[in-house]
Design a protein around this ligand. Structure first.
Ligand code: CP3
Length: 347
């Protein structure tokens, strides 16, 4: 049986005190992150430097003692490894060259060549697995095909994922060809992360909520299921956390019934009482504090943490935010969140 708290929860154990980590826990709200990023030059140089990426992954572990570390990288490294240009515009976000036609699709490199670009990431995972304290779990990750495709089609973040929906409808074969390539690349990428030492994998489908029920099944659930099948075939039963962000209750139920899913991450929009009742007997639940509490703090934060923990106390639960922590968050509020979680006892 697993010894680390996160792995116990992922095995389905209900723990006295839920383990805790945070999406984007290595990020701009931390002065030590900003200092390392300045040394590395820019965000992508940081992602591709095993030395600096290891350092920033470890910073929140040192400062707060979280129960898990998440590899420092980005879901958009896969499009870059497939041959798209990628850059980040300060204060605005990512920009990529786009996939719109069959010709664009044919220009993408061979799937196996992604390892040339991504090998520094595997090196980071390997360094982390040696450097982390014994009780801290190392989480690797990738974006889900739909979310990654939305960026590859639009060339940037979009409020409604309009360009990806348009391509899906007007040129389904290009859209599906792209999805297939992302599935292939993502499975290979995750398998290498596990071989390098990742103990758990998280798959981020940040834009799952914009899909209609049929499209959700076809383009969020099925591709994710196929990636998990390939990963488990190659690596055995590594725990998988899925985050179909913004999906409705039927969508979450279909993920909970999927083969090979250990845990579902909940956005802050998800009703935890409903989730406890309908999902927690099948999977561990992770979440789901509104990240705005990390800016505002105070008794509202403490009450919200306790409400979430109360509501998810009768099954496996990993405490987390409902989305990534924002740059304007106060590290003291992160400490208050952890202290509040750890002061609890379910029994
Ligand atoms: O959680 C972690 O700490 C692990 C590392 C991680 C990052 N991005 C680092 C990052 C993870 C797991 C991601 C996932 C990611 N990246 C997602 C899915 C999760 C989500 O947030 O919905 C998406 C959609 C992206 C794409 C992306 N990366 C965007 C849209 C942006 C710009 C927005 C922003 O916050 O600046 C990024 C940049 C990014 N990725 C930063 C970090 C720490 C900020 C980079 C910086 O300026 O230092």
């Amino acid at each position: 049986m697993a010894q680390k708290k996160i792995l116990k929860a992922l095995e389905g154990q209900t723990l006295d005190v839920p383990p805790v980590w945070m999406m984007r826990q290595a990020g701009r709200y931390l002065p030590e992150y900003r200092a390392t990023r300045a040394k590395a030059g820019d965000f992508l140089s940081l992602c591709y430097s095993p030395e600096w990426a290891t350092e920033v992954t470890l910073q929140p572990i040192r400062r707060f003692g979280f129960d898990a570390a998440i590899l420092f990288a980005d879901i958009l490294l896969i499009p870059q490894a497939l041959g798209l240009d990628l850059w980040f515009v300060q204060g605005e976000g990512p920009r990529l060259s786009t996939i719109e036609t069959n010709k664009d699709l044919q220009k993408l490199g061979k799937i196996e060549s992604i390892h040339t670009t991504l090998s520094p990431v595997y090196e980071t995972v390997s360094r982390l697995s040696k450097a982390l304290p014994d009780d801290v779990t190392l989480i690797g990750f990738a974006g889900a095909p739909w979310t990654v495709a939305t960026y590859m089609i639009a060339g940037r973040g979009t409020p409604d994922q309009g360009p990806a929906h348009n391509l899906m409808q007007t040129n389904t074969s290009v859209f599906e060809g792209l999805m297939e390539r992302i599935v292939d690349a993502t499975a290979l990428y995750l398998i290498e992360q596990i071989k390098a030492g990742a103990e758990v994998i998280k798959i981020f489908d940040s834009w799952a909520g914009s899909l209609s029920p049929d499209d959700f099944n076809k383009y969020s659930k099925q591709p994710t299921e196929e990636i998990i099948r390939r990963v488990h075939k190659e690596c055995g039963s590594v725990p998988i956390i899925c985050f179909p962000k913004g999906a409705n209750q039927a969508g979450y139920e279909s993920f909970a019934n999927m083969n090979g899913v250990s845990c579902l991450a909940l956005g802050q929009d998800m009703d935890t009482d409903w989730a406890a009742k309908n999902l927690q007997s099948k999977v561990c639940l992770q979440g789901n504090l509104d990240p705005s509490h990390m800016v505002n703090g105070g008794t509202a934060l403490v009450d919200a943490v306790n409400n979430i923990c109360d509501s998810l106390a009768n099954g496996p639960h990993i405490f987390n935010l409902g989305h990534g922590i924002t740059p304007d968050a106060d590290p003291n509020n992160v400490q208050l969140m952890i202290d509040t979680v750890r002061a609890r006892s379910n029994r």
